[in-house]
Design a binder for this molecule. Structure first.
Ligand code: PA5
Length: 447
């Protein structure tokens, strides 16, 4: 694994001597980890941790390559319709691997690779404005829903299908690709009836763990991302998480310290704060993964427990001027996970000017990347000096391999955390309840 993990500042000996975790936890957690690992292994065999096998998908990659090649040059825009786990992964991939300004580039600056728009919400103004902006004749629409019946996505589909048909008539089906359950659901039925190209969401993998299935890999292929490297990175994270020694297993330690921070130090808020604009959507993706997996009413024995941390996404240095005041001086109820990216440190030299006063003389000759990195270190030190717990993940660069590794790292950590929190990290009964009540409110038959 190329990802480096530093958990020093979770412990009171490295903080102010008062706050933070007791360093003796290292020993007790190391001992308990054997049971946690055994349980995860047992449940993996039973099919629960299916996402951990996603590094090896040569059949899907072959199909995606052929299909992607057959479409090259045909579309200027990809429009994803999906919500929650069926949307956040694609947004994180786009932001990280193509950059925040990708859709603002002209076709030449994109080398003919399409733009990507993800419609999640059913806010009518957003949908209207998006469809007004895109040219349907040059747009490929990827409808994504694991269940195939989510109201938001299916309502969007009906509107977008009409929009396509108004522009291209019966050829609309060639502008559609569906990603859904292999057998069940309304979307699968539509794909069959209208002979629309379809990809499967593997049944054993929940929405928020699905970015490395066709859910994320179809948009990734259309955007010419390196799918092979994404999966290779994920595989590297799986291998690293197989380490039987707790001290050598970063995903296990991450999960254990987050749980300990909440259960023994009342740190209910878990902030992830990358110092990179390209990981802003990644932080949003993490938010859903951590919240929906660990926020549960029942423990695994079916007792009412109401567990779960509150994840927060932040971006450095921007949020130093927004949320960090609270992180440093507010209640002692948070952990902060920094993500540091090394290869931007020497980018964007800051020029000098003849008229520059002495108070700005420290800037010329440095780089913006160095300023950003100094801000990370300064914030971490400010937190540390005030007894605030933090961990740091460091990656050399943001490419497909590192992103796949980072995504799988957090998925595995979430799986481990489920065992520590003693909840099922793979169900979402609260979300399902909301879906059922929406169906009811909208008069769906049978609800
Ligand atoms: O993680 C999950 O399971 C959810 O957030 C789903 O992704 C979300 O509710 C959308 O569901 P579906 O993909 O079935 O449309």
């Amino acid at each position: 694994m190329t990802l480096r993990f530093d958990d020093r500042y979770m412990f009171r000996t490295a903080l102010d001597g008062v706050h933070g975790l007791d360093p003796r936890l290292h020993d007790s957690m190391r001992e308990r980890f054997a049971d946690i690992r055994a349980e995860v292994a047992r449940r993996t065999t039973a099919g629960d941790y299916g996402f951990m096998r996603l590094g090896a998908q040569s059949g899907l990659v072959r199909r995606l390559n052929q299909w992607g090649a057959s479409l090259r040059g045909r579309f200027d825009h990809v429009l994803v319709l999906g919500i929650g786990g069926s949307a956040l992964g694609a947004k994180a991939l786009l932001n990280a691997l193509k950059g925040p300004a990708w859709n603002e580039r002209n076709a030449a600056r994109r080398d003919g690779v399409p733009t990507l728009t993800v419609l999640e919400n059913v806010d009518p103004v957003t949908v209207h404005d998006t469809l007004e902006r895109l040219e349907p004749r040059r747009t490929l629409v990827n409808v994504i829903s694991k269940s195939g019946g989510t109201a938001e996505t299916l309502a969007q589909y009906l509107i977008v299908r009409r929009w396509l048909e108004d522009a291209v008539g019966d050829a609309a089906r060639e502008h559609l690709v569906i990603t859904t359950d292999p057998e069940k659901g309304a979307l699968r039925a539509i794909a069959r009836a209208d002979e629309i190209t379809a990809f499967d969401v593997p049944p054993g993998i929940g929405g928020r763990y699905s970015v490395l299935t066709a859910v994320g890999l179809v948009p990734a292929t259309l955007l010419d991302m390196d799918v092979v490297q994404l999966l290779a990175g994920a595989e590297a994270a799986v291998k690293a998480a197989e380490a039987p020694d707790f001290s050598a297993n970063a995903a296990a330690r991450y999960a254990a310290w987050q749980w300990q921070a909440q259960s023994s130090r009342a740190a209910n808020v878990h902030v992830v704060m990358p110092y990179s604009d390209r990981l802003k959507e990644f932080a949003e993706w993490y938010r859903q993964l951590w919240a929906e997996s660990l926020g549960k009413k029942l423990d695994r024995a079916g007792r009412e427990a109401h567990r779960g941390p509150t994840p927060v996404g932040a971006v450095g240095a921007t949020d130093q001027h927004s949320q960090v005041q609270l992180f440093i001086e507010g209640p002692f109820d948070k952990t902060i996970t920094f993500i540091r990216v090394l290869d931007t440190v020497n980018l964007q030299p800051i020029p000098s000017r003849a008229t520059l006063g002495p108070e700005l003389a420290y800037l010329p000759g440095k780089t913006l990347g160095a300023l950003l990195d100094a801000e990370l270190h300064a914030t971490r030190e400010a937190l540390r000096s005030q007894g605030r717990m933090s961990m740091t993940l460091e990656i050399d660069t943001i490419d497909a391999h590192h992103l796949g590794e980072l995504m799988m790292f957090f998925q595995i950590a979430t799986g481990y955390a489920g065992v520590w929190y003693d909840v099922d990290p793979f169900d979402q009964p609260g979300v399902e309840l909301g879906k059922v009540l929406t169906f009811k409110a909208m008069g769906r038959e049978g609800y």
